[in-house]
Write a protein of this length. Sequence first.
Length: 353
Amino acid sequence: MKLTVTLPEHSYDLTIEKGCLAEIGTWARQLWSPQKVAIITDANVDKLYADLVFASLQSAGFTTSKIVVPAGEKTKSLTVAAEIYDFLADEGLTRSDGIVALGGGVIGDLAGFVASTYMRGLHFLQVPTTLLAQVDSSIGGKTAVNSAKAKNLIGTFAQPDGVLIDPNTLNTLELRRVREGIAEIVKSAAIADKELWQRLAQLKDEQDLVAHAVEIISACCRIKRSVVEEDELDHGVRLLLNFGHTIGHALENTAGYGILTHGEGVAIGMSRITKAAEAKQLTPSGTTKQLNQMLEKFHLPITTDKWDKEQLYTALTHDKKTRGTTIKIILLEAIGQAKIVQIPIEEMKSYLD
């Protein structure tokens, strides 16, 4: 399966195929000439796939190096980025060389950010190994690191030269991380694809979803591609992809990075904002029930004991969707259809009750 993201200045393909990771060298040679390539990965993925990727790139004619960073959200920081800059400099990478982001959303965001800022920009490839990264974060060119104030506060828009998705990597993913990706799949269906929602309703559980991974991942990639092609720099409809993320990101920050997964934060965020919107008659009655049933079917949380209204509100004021004294939030008009609503930032307090 191949999908093309067509953008004015930089188009690229998404390849979705079981077993394709073993052929990464051949794939990369179709995109790049022989050069220095640095693999950026984390300690978990390194044990599973780094040797395979390293050997394949080497055999394809690339001068390959590797840096391994700790796994987890705390790694997505300027401190770790600086360590990687030093590594790239020591390895002698120049602007004609490339980076391979091998891992989940944290590695994709971090490696993409490093690639877009080292020497004012290297080209890079996204090789997502988690469900979350395969259906969402590896596509569209958003890169970022976190700060103490907010998640993804420091970032760039930088499109990869290609995205290689091997659903077989999901077989080594712990169940909590599978569920993290399912939260983004539920989000995609809720905002843009009623047929995908119905397909999810037919699945028995997480294992059944993984068994149909190519189909599900492809559907999510089509949604992401459509939105990114229409609004690459996140000024308009791309904001729809942030359904549940306004509260979710704030929860991740206030609970402490790594306590709640991104997907858990998004699941709670989707449920809470929809419940509040339904109470305000901005979302049809019964929508929250449908959403909660789907989330709970896949064992995703809809509430948390980490809820602190004042801390959450403070974190929300640093959200990238805030403009002056207003913020744009995403609400469901129905399952499969969403809208952007601009409200005074103060009004967000009522969504946190």
